[in-house]
Design a protein around this ligand. Sequence first.
Ligand code: C2E
Ligand code: MG
Ligand code: MG
Ligand code: MG
Length: 276
Amino acid sequence: QAKARGRNGYSFYTPSMTGEGVERLRLETFLRRSIEKDEIFLNYQPQVEIDTGRLIGVEALVRWNHPELGLVPPIRFIPLAEDTGFINQLGKWVLEEACRQMIRWQAAGLNVPKMAVNLSAKQFERGSIVNMVADILRETGLEPQRLQLEVTESVIMNTGDAMVFINDLHSIGVGLAIDDFGTGYSSLAYLKQLPVQTLKIDRSFIKDISTDVNDEAIAIAIIQLGKSMNLSVIAEGVETEEQAAFLLRHGCHLAQGYFYSKPVAADDMLTRWRTS
Ligand code: C2E
Ligand code: MG
Ligand code: MG
Ligand code: MG
């Protein structure tokens, strides 16, 4: 609605507008300029094999550092970017930067096996997502097999043509992970038809894994499901050694979380993970 208001040239400020509305508008105005002002950057969170500690990939996480607002968390600006359509520009920037970074690390002597990038539902609505991904892979020279796109269950279930896009992405060799798995409503029958390689167990189930019997049961069920469908399963939000041990005991070999590393700047990846 904010977009339409802008185009029609109506006053932004209406007497009924709440403080929250004003704040949102300010954020929206700032956000629109964020890329050109170089305020957007990526952090990368390592994904590891639990028993060896080996690096199996990273997830790219977008950051916005505004001179006045400071570091704005993604939960505040991603929904706004989705509502205003800015997500298309932002999503493209993120994907390009993430793929370029893989090549830079390689040149610097760090081999990161896989780059995971989050996609929003709104990016699917645009239709040309497959071409965009293919173009970026060609321009950056990153092998499609080393890119994994993360989508949530709700994106898959609520986006009309998601199935078509996902199959197209698979056909160009790009991997797919279902993010925050267990929090949405994906039909298992539907899941079976999708060319998905990875399930990411949502952080909320990992948090109290060794004290809450329900969370424990859900995590175990997801691990079993993954195993029987031949998918790899990775746990998000692993913060303690106990959680990692629990996961390993129940057959989940991959993890991501503060216990291993917080999301870090590109150069910090070199310090910790470069072996030569
Ligand atoms: P997500 O994709 O599920 O990403 C994982 C989030 O969990 C990240 O938050 C990460 O910093 C946080 N996290 C990782 N390990 C731990 C842990 O051990 N403990 C706790 N408490 N948190 C942990 P972040 O970076 O704030 O991102 C939040 C969400 O914003 C992401 O959730 C994703 O949905 C969205 N997002 C981030 N970057 C992008 C992007 O480039 N594009 C899109 N469309 N969405 C993005
Ligand atoms: Mg994710
Ligand atoms: Mg997640
Ligand atoms: Mg999550």
